[in-house]
Design a protein around this ligand. Structure first.
Ligand code: SAJ
Length: 420
């Protein structure tokens, strides 16, 4: 039986990171009273001052607005609400399995506040079965409550994975279609009513496990497609073919659309999520796990290429253009380019690595301690380098004067200058 109640007006969002904070903010903008919870007191203080501890276009103004209106406040403890949104990290272990510790501890912190009738939504990207697991943890703590529909003491559980692109989060949160998977139909409908507060995209109802798998599938699809491009780049290098020309030609076919090869796949989504499918059904995920391996092998290949070119110089100076995980962001986490630079720094016995990264002001600590690595401007890097290694297609690199590269050994892992 579907509960007859309006969309939740009070919401507690647990985890104020890249997804939780924007979600709390758009919920507050939609008129809900939102409590944002984070274990990190620095984050809590920042939000309560109307500021944001990371860079995301349009977020800070929005946070400042809802905090000033009293619609969003942050704290370290969970407090009672009609709906809870869990947006905590799901890291993976060394064996490529999802670590559900943060989800379980969020569930335990919610359990004491429930009275029956509440909705608990898991937003974190999760392996199939994680929403059921979250429900189990809560119901194990609270024997007086049930996960079945229609009782006065029912609690409703759903999985609503985020699918927003970093850099466009505030737009995509509102515009993207949303998959909403309930452990029961009533749970899915309650979650739909909550998301319809701010989401202009289609709200697609399904069951929790399918929703979990759908999110992983989207990222695995992209990973497999990038792996195909990366594999073509390895084959082309071996056969002496220009992979960019090859892909451009093949893409003229009306049903072929090959993605771009690069120095590897980074970020905390595409390079991680496919492993959650593999660990759920290893036997049947051969293509997905091979794609991960192909993409993970690409940075090694780039390092070998550079080391091969460096042999001809006594003290090679290498300008590495970009260490973010993709174009036009400052995020260095799980970045193949950063790993390539670290590996090169370790292997170069003599010579210098000039890191050109327009989106940061200082090198991360692991690179800063290396005496053969320095942060450099684009013009300085290009002038001093014997070898120019393009790793990220940041916008400023588009306009490099090709005359400056004429005397240099150039390794363009993104094919950016091919079109120049
Ligand atoms: N990359 C290539 N070649 C390409 C495209 C990407 O090498 O042709 C590399 C990028 O350089 C980067 C990595 O892949 O290292 C991932 O970048 P991305 O732009 O493909 O994706 P993310 O990780 O920023 O965001 C993805 C998005 N998922 C899909 O497009 C299916 C986003 O919508 C998700 O919300 C996000 O993962 C997430 O949070 O899961």
């Amino acid at each position: 039986m579907t509960p007859q109640r309006p969309a939740a007006k009070s919401v507690c969002v647990i985890g104020l990171g890249y997804i939780g904070l924007p979600t709390a903010t758009v919920l507050a903008q939609s008129g809900a009273t939102v409590t944002g919870v984070d274990v990190n007191a620095v984050t809590v203080d920042a939000v309560n001052r109307g500021t944001v501890p990371f860079v995301e276009e349009g977020l800070e103004t929005a946070v400042a607005g809802v905090v000033a209106q009293g619609r969003l406040k942050a704290q370290v403890e969970v407090s009672p609400a009609e709906a809870y949104v869990v947006a905590v990290p799901t890291p993976f272990t060394d064996e490529h399995r999802a670590d559900l510790t943060y989800i379980e501890s969020a569930a335990r912190s919610i359990a004491p506040h429930l009275t029956g009738g509440e909705l608990v939504i898991l937003e974190s990207t999760s392996p199939p079965g994680a929403t059921e697991r979250m429900a189990e943890v809560i119901l194990a703590e609270r024997g007086d409550l049930t996960g079945e529909d229609g009782h006065p003491n029912s609690v409703y559980f759903a999985h609503c994975p985020e699918r927003v692109l970093p850099g466009r989060i505030m737009i995509e949160l509102v515009q993207n279609d949303r998959i909403i998977g309930g452990t029961t139909r009533a749970a899915a409908e309650m979650a739909r009513d909550l998301y319809s507060r701010f989401c202009q995209g289609e709200l697609l109802l399904t069951e929790a496990k399918t929703a979990e798998m759908a999110k992983l599938t989207e990222n695995a699809f992209r990973d497999v497609n990038i792996a195909f491009a990366n594999e073509l780049s390895l084959i082309s290098d071996h056969l002496g073919i220009d992979v960019w020309e090859l892909i451009e030609l093949a893409n003229h076919h009306p049903r072929v659309n090959i993605l771009k090869p690069g120095p590897g796949v980074g970020g905390h989504c595409i390079a991680v999520d496919p492993w959650f499918i593999v660990s759920a059904d290893e036997q049947n995920s051969r293509l997905i796990s091979t794609a991960r391996e192909v993409n993970d092998s690409k940075p090694r290949h780039v390092v070998e290429q550079v080391m091969g070119k460096a042999e001809r110089f006594r003290q090679p100076v290498i300008a590495a253009l970009g260490i973010a995980f993709k174009a036009n962001i400052d995020d260095l986490r799980e970045s193949p380019s950063r790993n390539i630079v670290a590996e090169l720094a370790q292997r170069l016995s003599d010579g210098k690595l000039l890191v050109v990264e327009p989106n940061i002001d200082e090198l991360p600590p692991d690179l800063a301690v290396r005496t053969n690595v320095e942060l450099s401007s684009l013009s300085d890097g290009l002038e001093r380098a014997d070898i120019v290694l393009l790793l990220v297609d940041h916008a400023p690199f588009n306009h490099v004067d090709q005359d400056l590269l004429r005397e240099k050994v150039v390794l363009d892992t993104r094919g950016l200058w091919r079109q120049a």
